[in-house]
Design a protein around this ligand. Structure first.
Ligand SMILES: Nc1nc2c(ncn2[C@@H]2O[C@H](COP(=O)(O)OP(=O)(O)OP(=O)(O)O)[C@@H](O)[C@H]2O)c(=O)[nH]1
Ligand SMILES: [Mg+2]
Length: 191
């Protein structure tokens, strides 16, 4: 797939007409700071289409990006971010569960992004379980593999696949590694 255009459409925090748009949605979900926004930027080959930051909790709304005028990349806030305070974290959790579970959104595929440099966490497992329960197709993306050597990479992938019960794509948003493979998964999902 060649990405010829990518534009920010809007950020939502609840019901919105964009959810009823017939165009399909590929959503990026995962713990705070794993690189959801960065993975989108790397897929569209733009440095700053999506704002990313080393401060966890950067993305606060559900942001819709129209790709090739045909489908949406949907960037979600990170779950499991404690510094936001219990109330803020609960709000974000509800927002994510509503998006995935209310049936209002046409989610064709979820990219469950995890940090390849840390052991899979309960939050990751919980999210994989939720996606299975909702019957939403998902792929696991093990991001930040540029920080690992070859041996560490294969160990990390094995641990992630065992914990989440799904195949994991090795990825690096920083050096665009795994981009073609992930775009192929997108192509299949929006057909
Ligand atoms: N080394 C390395 N760093 C990365 C990679 N992807 C993202 N990062 C860094 O990780 C940090 C978080 O990236 P974001 O894309 O903002 O993460 P996010 O998951 O969108 O975070 P929230 O919106 O807060 O949930 C930033 O400092 C990025 O530069 C990667 O592939 N390799
Ligand atoms: Mg983000």
């Amino acid at each position: 797939m060649i990405i010829s255009s990518a534009e920010f459409m809007k950020g939502i925090i609840g019901s919105d007409p964009i959810l009823g748009d017939a165009r399909r949605q590929v959503a990026f979900v995962g713990r705070s700071n794993v690189g959801k926004s960065s993975v989108i930027n790397s897929l569209v080959m733009r440095k700053d289409l999506v704002k990313s930051s080393s401060m966890p909790g950067k993305t606060r709304e559900i942001n819709f990006f129209l790709i090739n005028k045909k489908f949406y990349f949907v960037d979600l806030p990170g779950y499991g971010f404690a510094r936001m305070g219990a109330k803020g974290a609960e709000k974000i959790r509800k927002l994510i569960l509503w998006y995935l579970g209310s049936g209002e959104a046409r989610v064709r595929l979820v990219m469950l992004i995890v940090d390849a440099c840390v052991k899979p966490m309960d939050y990751d497992k919980e999210m994989a379980d939720i996606l299975r329960a909702e019957n939403i197709p998902f792929v696991v993306v093990a991001n930040k593999i540029d920080r690992l050597n070859q041996t560490e990479r294969s160990q990390s992938l094995k641990a992630i696949e065992a914990a989440l019960g799904a195949q994991a794509f090795p990825y690096s948003a920083r050096i665009h590694k795994g981009r073609e493979e992930l775009l192929e998964a997108v192509t299949q999902a929006i057909k």
